[in-house]
Design a protein around this ligand. Structure first.
Ligand SMILES: Cc1cc2nc3c(=O)[nH]c(=O)nc-3n(C[C@H](O)[C@H](O)[C@H](O)COP(=O)(O)OP(=O)(O)OC[C@H]3O[C@@H](n4cnc5c(N)ncnc54)[C@H](O)[C@@H]3O)c2cc1C
Length: 376
């Protein structure tokens, strides 16, 4: 019987999973279909660069899939029926049946975190959101203010990139706690030096209560006017998996075991931001660094399942927090498998070069997803 593997989402996880599964199953009669709402691969880790006005490489999925045998369906997933093993789409062919499903639909900005963010804030989590922000920033007259909310990696990178690319803007970084929480003291000191050099105003311990048309209302009752608000305070996952009855956590990420197999539906695998994969000490942080390996391992697992072999633990681990501060500066903090910080920190140009090499290497890996270890 021909097995049909359907992968939902062509981000780092889904594209990796589809290509890896197809490669593993080459020469068998298994089919792999990849469903994605756009026909282009979105290099999400560069969306702050795009919003700032820089050009990104054009990466059509058909080019990245060339020679793999993976069939691409460009459509939005609107529902999953695990009973019938059917995925519903908003465009032709409107439905696609599966024997094995990989759920890798990624995440979006958590704009429901405070009132007004969904209506008034710009976001960076999707290509469409970043494109809207890019147009808005380009249209702003000089000396207009941009408030980036979120002291995590995305907020830090965005604030630095906007100010370096468009020095005429007044950029503020606003966060509820310390900026770069979780980084060691040396890394945090470097962040502050970089923001001082770039002339980005950092407002730590400033929780936002609401986003309005003219800026931020703070929890302490104060107001922070801004011409543009960018909401970069966390990601959230779409409700499709939960609506389909798949076991999910409170964030909507599908619950998977050590092999990335759904805890409720054994014919379903999860990878990337949309799956709660275990690393030593907890659940993987939503990141490209874990999403791509999860995708590759999910592709391996699917191929093993289809070939009647035992599944193996995916062995997902964290490696670092690799933060760009514009194009010429950065902070790289190396981590243990559980994401806790190790001592060494790379800063300045060395970190910027390292991050650029990792980012380029990720796209190279999307083109050549291995396997590198025979039988891995
Ligand atoms: C500005 C920015 C900078 C970042 N920097 C870093 C970094 O430096 N390092 C790092 O590790 N991580 C970084 N991240 C996080 C990283 O981008 C994500 O964790 C990663 O993209 C997750 O990969 P994924 O494959 O799970 O999801 P995605 O890359 O989001 O891919 C999901 C895919 O599914 C598609 N899709 C979604 N819903 C549907 C639907 N209903 N129907 C059809 N298709 C759908 C999307 O179009 C997309 O192609 C950054 C994120 C942002 C926004």
């Amino acid at each position: 019987m021909t097995m049909h593997i359907v992968v939902l989402g062509a981000g780092y996880a889904g594209l990796g999973a589809a290509k890896r599964a197809a490669r593993r199953l080459r020469g068998t009669d298994a089919r792999v279909t990849l469903v994605n709402m756009s026909e282009r691969f979105v290099e999400r880790v560069r969306l702050h660069q795009f919003a700032a006005g820089q050009e990104l490489a054009d990466l059509p999925l058909r080019g990245l899939l060339g020679g793999t045998g993976v069939e691409l369906v460009v459509a939005g997933v609107t529902g999953i029926d695990p009973g019938e093993r059917v995925v519903r789409l908003d465009a032709a062919p409107h439905e696609v049946g599966y024997d094995v499903l990989v759920y890798a639909l990624g995440s979006g900005a958590d704009v429901d975190a405070v009132p007004g963010a969904a209506e008034h804030a710009f976001t960076l989590a999707t290509a469409e959101g970043a494109a809207r922000l890019r147009s808005r920033l380009a249209a702003l007259p000089a000396a207009r203010s941009v408030a980036v909310v979120g002291g995590g990696l995305t907020g830090i990178e965005a604030a630095a990139e906007f100010k370096e690319t468009q020095p005429r803007l007044e950029v503020q970084l606003v966060c509820a706690g310390p900026v770069g929480d979780g980084l060691v003291a040396r890394a945090r000191r470097h962040l502050h030096r970089a923001f001082h050099r770039l002339d980005v105003t950092v407002r730590e311990h400033t929780p936002v209560a609401e986003v309005g048309p003219d800026g931020l209302l703070l929890e302490d009752g104060g107001e922070l006017p801004a011409d543009v608000v960018v909401w970069a305070a966390g990601f959230r996952v779409a409700g499709l998996a939960a609506a389909a009855g798949l076991a999910t956590d409170e964030q909507g990420r599908i619950l998977v075991d050590a092999t990335l197999r759904s805890r409720s539906h054994p014919e379903v695998f999860g990878a990337g931001d949309a799956a709660a994969a275990h690393v030593a000490g907890g659940v993987a942080r939503m990141s490209c660094q874990t999403s791509l390996p999860m995708g590759l391992r999910a592709g391996d697992a699917v191929a093993r399942l289809v070939s009647g072999r035992d599944l193996r633990p995916a062995g997902i681990r964290h490696l670092w927090q690799n933060i760009s501060l514009g194009r010429r500066d950065g902070v790289t903090q190396f981590s243990r498998a559980d994401d806790s910080p190790l001592g060494p920190v790379l800063t300045g140009r060395a970190s910027a070069r390292y991050k650029e090499a990792v980012t380029r290497g990720t796209v190279w890996r999307m083109r050549h997803p291995g396997p590198c270890r025979p039988g891995a």
